[in-house]
Design a protein. Structure first.
Length: 605
């Protein structure tokens, strides 16, 4: 694709989105390709759109807001919030004066949200002024201003508001009282990799969707459908998959699995509760596509595709939908599922999906009343040494996943005694925004590397321990990584070993005099513990030091041979101590941190 030459983002957007700008200020804007532009709709009623481009070399983000200021609205503000709260939000405010969008103010909201305070240092830099409905400006990733919120590669919360009455920009003015249609909040990954276009012209697809399912009036349901592909005789590559969502308020996540067995094996067609899935369909466990709340269409890199079909390929697939119905609503009908797009000509590499993190088991628990209790799932060096090819794998995509209480997720990468660049990290993780993210840096994982996925959970306000498990009221900790070339390693996850957990409960009963009864099971015993601070610390110590039950599994669910996976040694992981040295000189009250920090001193809110 030829480069689009431009002297400013405004001119680039004229080419790409037919934006019309007046005077352009002299600010460096790089040459831009269309796939470097990203866009979301802030307000579908008034057609307010935010378009942005990331300039990685200069660490700038260039923005355009269209239809923010109109004949009706004289000012528009866009803000960057830590976790979606209005207090302490960092704003860029624009106002029309003398027929032009001629006022640009950098400001922030007070701790109580009642006032807007003009920043001492103005960092929202206008790159074009217009008498039309567009605003174009830029801002650095980190402005070195303690009253600004630094941009990052995790989930960002974008707050916007607008008004009809002209604002009087004193140093400190009251937050405007606005009707509910004139403000809102969106979430996005601001510092993201370039988007990907499918180069092939002839793209085909098949759908797997449920048909007229009455969503059960129960808190959590896993619904399955087994379907036979019409033509799986020829080997092809999946290049994109997208969700078909018909019941947004109920569909929590979905997965499509291939039935990994011999080509001539018949799998019974089935549609119903996954608890009643026919035994023959238990082999349908190799991930083909997946989606969770907040995700959109996922496109494979141009050189990669997920292979399916061929003479030795079983033609059956399984759809699994997790319905979340906390209000126990009955009578709702659903027809959701997935659309899988593919091409006939094979690409260079076969892709695959691997699960990292924790097993879905009540062997793991999170004490109540915790700001950010960490649980880690291990993919130990012994597993990658046995299961990965000698040249390793390249990871190009990642989807982090927890249930309701997850607030931060990261996967760390270790080789021998050295820590490498993290596979993925979201310090501002939002459980209903679980998109599959393309990785800008595509790490290579070699045999003998270890991967440690850690999830932090906020259980303040809960009276009982939260268990690991499948229910939405239980918790998960998963990183679905997309990689090439494909291997037989489907799942590399862990939990605490059975012996360790039994010893822990015995210790809590005899030494700490807790009401433990080994005949009652894990759930009841975790719930019987009085979660004082010493007991919380004992649990944390046990999870981070004691042996593992390791799942180093093939697609058919069998563990790889060659190692004793029960009681496997834990990967030693150094605790990350936050770097309190600021990258920029400055002082004053910071929007970056408050006093809500985890046990390592890393602030969550």
């Amino acid at each position: 694709m030829s480069w689009i030459k431009a002297t400013s983002l405004a001119l680039v957007l004229i080419t790409i989105s037919d934006g019309i700008f007046g005077k352009v200020h002299r600010h460096r804007v790089p040459n831009v390709l269309p796939n470097q532009m990203h866009q979301i709709t802030l307000d579908p009623i008034e057609h307010v759109k935010l378009t942005w481009m990331v300039d990685w070399p200069e660490k700038n983000v260039f923005f355009q807001v269209k239809n923010g200021i109109t004949k009706k609205f004289t000012w528009f503000a866009i803000g960057f919030s830590r976790r979606g709260e209005f207090p302490r939000t960092d704003f860029c405010i624009f106002q029309r004066e003398h027929g032009k969008i001629d006022i640009n103010i950098d400001a922030w909201s007070s701790d109580d949200g009642q006032h807007i305070i003009i920043d001492r240092h103005q960092d929202c830099i206008t790159i074009a002024r217009s008498n039309k409905d567009e605003i174009a400006f830029r801002r650095k990733f980190d402005t070195c201003d303690e009253e600004d919120f630094p941009f990052h590669e995790g989930t960002m919360f974008i707050y916007w508001m607008r008004g009809e009455e002209t604002l009087d920009f004193d140093d400190n003015f009251l937050t405007p009282d606005l009707p509910e249609n004139d403000f809102g909040m969106s979430h996005l990954q601001l510092l993201r990799a370039d988007s990907i276009n499918i180069p092939e012209k002839k793209i085909r697809h098949f759908d797997i969707v449920v048909k007229d399912v009455e969503i059960p009036a129960t808190d959590t349901t896993y619904w399955c459908k087994v379907q036979k592909l019409k033509d799986a005789s020829k080997r092809r590559h999946i290049v994109e998959f997208e969700p078909i969502i018909k019941s947004e308020e109920f569909v929590h996540h979905m997965e499509v699995f291939h039935c990994e067995t011999m080509a001539d094996v018949e799998i019974p067609l089935y549609e119903g509760n996954c608890d009643d899935l026919p035994a023959e369909a238990k082999v349908c466990s190799k991930v083909m596509a997946l989606w969770a709340m907040g995700a959109a269409t996922f496109t494979y890199p141009r050189e990669v595709g997920l292979a399916f079909g061929g003479s030795d390929y079983n033609p059956y697939i399984r759809l699994e939908i997790h319905y979340n119905n906390p209000n126990i609503i009955g009578g709702r009908i659903d027809n959701s599922g997935m659309r899988i797009k593919y091409v006939n000509k094979l690409r260079k590499y076969d892709a695959a999906v691997m699960e990292l993190g924790l097993e879905y088991t009540d062997k793991m628990a999170i004490p109540p009343g915790q700001l950010a209790f960490p649980l880690s799932g291990y993919c130990i060096a012994e597993c990658t040494r046995i299961a990965l090819p000698k040249d390793g794998i390249t990871v190009f995509g990642s989807q982090l996943h927890t249930h309701l209480r997850g607030v931060r997720v990261l996967t760390r990468h270790f080789r021998d005694d050295k820590e490498l660049v993290e596979l993925n990290r979201d310090d501002f993780y939002l459980n209903h925004f679980q998109e599959i993210r393309h990785l800008r840096r595509k790490p290579k994982v070699l045999p003998g590397d270890a991967l440690v996925t850690t999830c932090f959970y906020d259980t303040r306000g809960y009276e009982n321990a939260t268990m690991g498990g499948f229910s939405i009221q239980d918790e998960m900790c998963v990183n679905y990584i997309h990689y090439y070339p494909a291997t037989n390693l489907e799942l590399c996850k862990s939990s605490v070993s059975e012996k360790t957990l039994a010893d822990y409960f015995e210790f809590m009963k005899k030494k700490d005099h807790q009401d433990i009864d080994m005949r009652r099971g894990r759930f009841a015993n975790y719930r019987a513990i009085d979660w004082t601070l010493p007991h919380v610390n004992e649990l944390f110590t046990m999870y981070t030091n004691e042996p593992l039950s390791m799942q180093c599994n093939r697609s058919d669910g069998r563990r790889f041979d060659g190692f004793n996976w029960e009681g496997a040694p834990i990967t030693e992981v150094p605790i990350q101590i936050p770097d309190r040295q600021l990258s920029c000189a400055g002082g004053g009250k910071s929007l970056r941190n408050s006093n809500d920090c985890d046990m390592f001193g890393e602030c969550i809110y």
